[in-house]
Design a binder for this molecule. Structure first.
Ligand SMILES: Nc1ncnc2c1ncn2[C@@H]1O[C@H](COP(=O)(O)OP(=O)(O)OP(=O)(O)O)[C@@H](O)[C@H]1O
Ligand SMILES: [Mg+2]
Length: 269
């Protein structure tokens, strides 16, 4: 399946190459991302997902190829790209000593927002962290940290958000909370590029899924297209067993948290 060409993509990546010394990581990566969509970059450990995100977010220079984000060239117009994006890295960037509210207000202040406290309170509410907001982040669970991290990345209304493995290391319940937050972002019009090693995460979230393997995108399509690549060889009748994840969620009663993230709009236009 070849890369889809979109008439007016918010991101266009063409022929991206990157080596670290002799290690050739990206050998010619191409993809387009449509505005307001969730694009999942799937790949195993070391496939080059973080490398790609770092290039697109101007933290790293490519050896060859071009990438445009929100209409700006990452190599020629890095400042304009940085104004257009927000990046949540693979490892949470929250300050442990501060409270959740202080973390948010700090970033809002750095971004010169008029009322950092109000922005912080709004985001705490949207991410179901109001009660925890006055506690130090060092007391938060992994899921709470991740949600705070994503909330921080929303300050400033960037039209494009990069999430590098947003649910790595989280339990199923916390993953669903993060998924809800990400879905809501895209619903509000933000374009999301996320990386993941989890097939089910891509399946749950992504409008398009690209598989990065041995330096190239080997598959790029929506879920239905991907499934068509592997048509069932024969029809089998089996008793459907619940997945371990379904059992886990049923037992802990966390299956219906779809409204955990509030329905406030207004942070994004
Ligand atoms: N700064 C660096 N110097 C040397 N090698 C690096 C550097 N950064 C990454 N690599 C190597 O490049 C390859 C791709 O790394 P990258 O972090 O992009 O992979 P990834 O797909 O994000 O993996 P993971 O799923 O483990 O996060 C790996 O083999 C890694 O060891
Ligand atoms: Mg990575």
């Amino acid at each position: 399946m070849t890369a889809q060409t979109i008439a007016d993509p918010v991101m266009r990546v063409q022929g991206l190459e990157k080596s670290y010394g002799k290690l050739r990581v990206l050998l010619g990566v191409d993809f387009d991302v449509a505005p307001g969509s969730i694009f999942a970059l799937l790949g195993s450990n070391g496939a080059g997902k973080t490398t790609t995100v770092r290039i697109l977010s101007t933290l790293l220079k490519a050896d060859a190829g071009t990438a445009r984000v929100n209409g700006f060239d990452v190599a020629a117009q890095p400042a304009r790209v940085r104004q257009s994006i927000s990046l949540t890295g693979q490892f949470a960037a929250v300050d442990e000593i501060l409270t959740g509210r202080e973390n948010l207000a700090l970033v809002a202040g750095l971004r010169h927002l008029k009322d950092p406290g109000a922005t912080a309170d709004d985001l705490l509410r949207r991410f179901s962290l109001s009660e925890a907001g006055s506690r130090r982040v060092s007391t938060y669970s992994g899921g709470m940290r991740r949600r705070l991290d994503i909330a921080m990345s929303l300050i400033g209304n960037a039209p494009v958000i990069f999430l590098d493995e947003p649910t790595a290391g989280l339990d199923p319940e916390a993953r669903i909370e993060v998924w809800d937050a990400v879905k809501k972002l895209a619903h509000d019009g933000t374009t999301v590029l996320l990386t993941t090693q989890y097939l089910d995460e891509a399946e749950q979230l992504a409008d398009r899924i690209a598989i990065l393997h041995q330096g190239r995108i080997i598959v790029n399509g929506n879920l239905a297209e991907l499934k068509q690549l592997f048509p069932p060889a024969k029809v089998e009748y089996v008793e459907k067993q619940p997945t371990l994840e379904e059992i886990f969620l049923a037992v802990i009663g966390g299956g219906d948290r779809s409204n955990a993230i509030g329905t406030t709009t207004g942070v994004h236009e």
